[in-house]
Design a protein around this ligand. Structure first.
Ligand code: AMP
Length: 218
């Protein structure tokens, strides 16, 4: 692999709840790269009730993709603001239109694709409960709350995030399959796609470090 720019520009692909967040934060920590998550940035705008936030809220609530023209303009502006250091792009591009637009202005060096079977993902998300005020996340069977449906610390109710409900997850996976899968092929054709199959993040992570350590000369 050759790094075309001065700093490594990496991109991570993976279905919703494939463990992309977990792998991304481990990459950020181990290699000290800037994490650019389109979902986090959009949620931030929604929370701050900016014009963009108001425009995109309904899409996120329904698990639908924000239109390409809005997304491309927003993310290309965001990428221009990133300081001079390696970055890891997460959540963008999600469509071939977005991938083509990005390629014109910021050709990435490497694309990591997390290949987690969809049945594993649906099962995992079904068991995920959150305490909204604190953001604490519980996974039944993995870190189960002490009392069913209650937060360990405050005793308050746990809820399922609206976009974590099985119907919403299934919808997002279907969207992912039909629209985002061509993005994988786009990068495969260019020859910069690296696949990481596995059922859990702990299974995938050692494969990622084996691949990235030499690139970051660790
Ligand atoms: P994420 O946290 O990456 O799952 O993103 C949450 C939501 O933000 C998605 O379900 C979409 O509604 C929206 N979103 C994030 N990134 C994109 C993108 N590249 N294109 C369109 N919509 C996006």
């Amino acid at each position: 692999m050759t790094v075309k720019s001065k700093f490594l520009k990496a991109l991570i692909l993976g279905a919703p709840a494939s463990g992309k967040g977990t792998i991304s934060s481990r990459i950020v920590k181990r290699y000290n790269v800037e994490h650019i998550s389109s979902g986090d940035k959009l949620r931030d705008h929604i929370q701050k009730q900016t014009d963009l936030g108001k425009e995109v809220k309904a899409y996120l609530d329904e698990g639908k993709l924000v239109p390409d023209n809005v997304m491309i303009k927003f993310m290309i502006t965001e990428l221009d603001k990133v300081p001079n250091k390696p970055w890891l792009l997460d959540g963008f591009p999600r469509t071939v239109g977005q991938a083509q637009a990005l390629w014109k202005v910021q050709p990435v060096d490497v694309v990591l694709n997390l290949a987690v079977p969809f049945d594993v993902i649906i099962d995992r998300v079904k068991n995920r409960w959150v305490h909204l005020p604190s953001g604490r996340v519980y996974n039944i069977g993995f870190n189960t709350p002490k009392v069913d449906g209650k937060d360990d610390i405050t005793g308050e109710d746990l809820v399922q995030r609206p976009d974590d409900k099985p119907e919403a997850v299934k919808k997002r996976l279907e969207i992912y399959d039909s629209i985002t899968r061509p993005v994988i092929d786009f990068y495969k054709d260019i020859g910069i796609l690296k696949e990481f199959p596995g059922r859990t993040s702990d299974e995938i992570w050692p494969k990622v470090t084996t691949y990235l350590d030499p690139i970051f000369k660790m």
